[in-house]
Design a protein. Structure first.
Length: 500
């Protein structure tokens, strides 16, 4: 049964684009806040965790990063209920302020050397606040824009919200690189890493005043004036078998697979370059940034296309392509950055500040530093390899845009206005917050375990059980996306649903 969506005239099309712009700006800032933590994971691991075990500190940082994702479903329930009771506008205004304050506070927390174990505890609590806020933000923004849009253009209109997650990551990387380039490496390591967190406060204030002047969703206002809003959105969404069936279908047939593809194509790609391939920190940010910039427009394209052909074929095609090509793509990334496969220019080897510098025939430069008997190597790749890596990440970003571009319209159309905020938020944030958010930590653990198993087996028997241990982490997104693909193929309808 169709929503009584407003007819968008030439006059109020300007208002509609203001709604999209204001909603997207606020959501972009919240994603920036959320991802600045992940973008600085390597630095944060040295500031808030015990320094005696760098690997454990990094894994602890990833676990703290993942904790923000795990609580997102709880934020979806809490803020989703408020959104269905009192309105979309005021609810996601509150989430913006909570996120901004938590992010700014992370930039002010003293380090481990100053306050000991209180540092990681405080950061964890602030990270949980970030997760709760984001749990309420996305559903509100997507619902708000969708309920202002024409039904036949809902995929296109809501796809602008979908760009904000990638732009948030892109801007977080940009701010980090700009901050690093404006000061010495020592200053950035000492205090400069806090600047990206503190900058958030300015952006939040600007977005708050823009959002404060927005009107409530016309569909929600109509439902409220007619007495058709829900008195108990949680019970109606999850206590009634008919509605709960669609919640489960949205989760296991769409958002679960979409979540792991989103985080593999962007965050795990960054982590893989930095921690498995040991590519230079700044260069990895440029590689990811270039791929994100080139691919972001496809969110809007696939959102628009979903209005023409339906949401299902586009989302499932993105999942299937990722399942089939992840291992070849990441194997290629590893081989492109592995200097053992390159020809060293021995006559250009030199020592600088206690580090051994090795130059290779493709322009790659490896820096080898000995830390208490443990050699650590970072690689700055040559120009041709740089563009090859950016292309491989761009391909993954295309998969992300296919599964993520239509997802907001897909979720909005599955649920009626009276419980829409609550019902769509939970499967989205379980799929993205839990299945997707745990990916960096789980994948890193799987790679570390495979490498350790190989090392033990090599000493014991001379044979290694894992042929390519650096690819072990990919089994997690491949399996999750595979399950989601099968469920979506069998049970999702291609026709865009639209219920009251």
């Amino acid at each position: 049964m169709a929503d009584s969506s407003p007819v968008v005239s030439k006059t109020n099309k300007k208002t509609l684009w203001k709604v999209i712009g204001a909603s997207s700006l606020g959501t972009l800032i919240e994603w920036y806040d959320f991802y600045i933590f992940g973008s600085l994971a390597i630095v944060i691991s040295t500031k808030f965790f015990p320094p005696d075990n760098p690997t454990a500190a990094f894994l602890s940082t990833l676990a703290t990063f993942a904790a923000g994702f795990v609580v997102r479903p709880f934020g979806a329930l809490f803020f989703g209920r408020l959104g269905d009771l009192i309105g979309r506008k005021y609810t996601f205004l509150v989430t913006l302020l909570v996120m901004g304050l938590a992010t700014c506070a992370i930039g002010l927390v003293p380090g481990y050397e100053t306050i000991g174990f209180a540092a990681p505890v405080i950061v964890l609590l602030l990270r949980l606040l970030q997760g709760l806020a984001l749990g309420g933000e996305y559903g509100g923004a997507a619902t708000y824009v969708a309920e202002h849009s024409e039904p036949e253009k809902r995929g296109f209109r809501t796809s602008w919200i979908q760009t904000t997650a990638t732009f948030g990551l892109f801007i977080s990387l940009g701010v980090i690189m700009l901050t690093k380039s404006s000061m010495s490496a020592e200053a950035f390591d000492e205090w400069g890493w806090r600047v990206p967190f503190l900058i958030s406060s300015v952006m939040v204030v600007v977005s708050y005043f823009i959002r404060r002047n927005m009107d409530e969703s016309p569909l929600f206002k109509k439902a409220k004036s007619e007495g058709k809003t829900s008195s108990n959105p949680l019970r109606e969404s999850f206590g009634k078998r008919y509605n709960f069936k669609f919640v489960l279908l949205a989760l296991f047939g769409a958002t679960m697979g979409q979540g792991v593809i989103w985080y593999t194509g962007q965050f795990y790609a960054l982590s893989f370059l930095q921690n498995v391939c040991r590519v230079d920190f700044d260069q990895t940010n440029y590689i990811i940034g270039a791929a994100l910039l080139a691919g972001t427009g496809f969110f809007v394209f696939f959102g628009w296309l979903s209005d023409k052909v339906g949401r299902k074929p586009i989302m499932l095609a993105g999942m299937l392509l990722a399942i089939l090509t992840y291992r070849p793509i990441y194997d290629r990334i590893y081989r492109l950055t592995d200097v053992s496969n390159k020809q060293e220019l021995v006559d250009q080897q030199r020592m600088e500040g206690g580090a051994t510098i090795k130059v290779y025939d493709d322009g790659s430069v490896a820096t080898l530093i000995d830390h208490d008997g443990i050699p650590t190597q970072t690689v700055k790749v040559g120009q041709r390899t740089f563009f090859s890596l950016a292309l491989l990440i761009f391909i993954q970003v295309l998969y992300v845009t296919m599964v993520y571009g239509p997802i907001a319209a897909f979720l909005v159309e599955m649920f009626p206005v009276r419980i829409r905020y609550t019902s769509m938020s939970l499967p989205y944030h379980i799929g993205n917050g839990i299945f997707g958010g745990l990916l960096p930590a789980v994948a890193t653990y799987l790679v570390t375990k495979a490498q350790a198993t190989n090392a033990v087996a090599l000493q014991a028997s001379g044979a290694m059980p894992y042929d390519k241990p650096y690819l072990a982490g990919l089994w997690y997104p491949i399996i999750i996306a595979g399950v989601s693909f099968v469920i979506g193929l069998l049970y999702l309808k291609n026709k865009n649903q639209d219920v009251q």
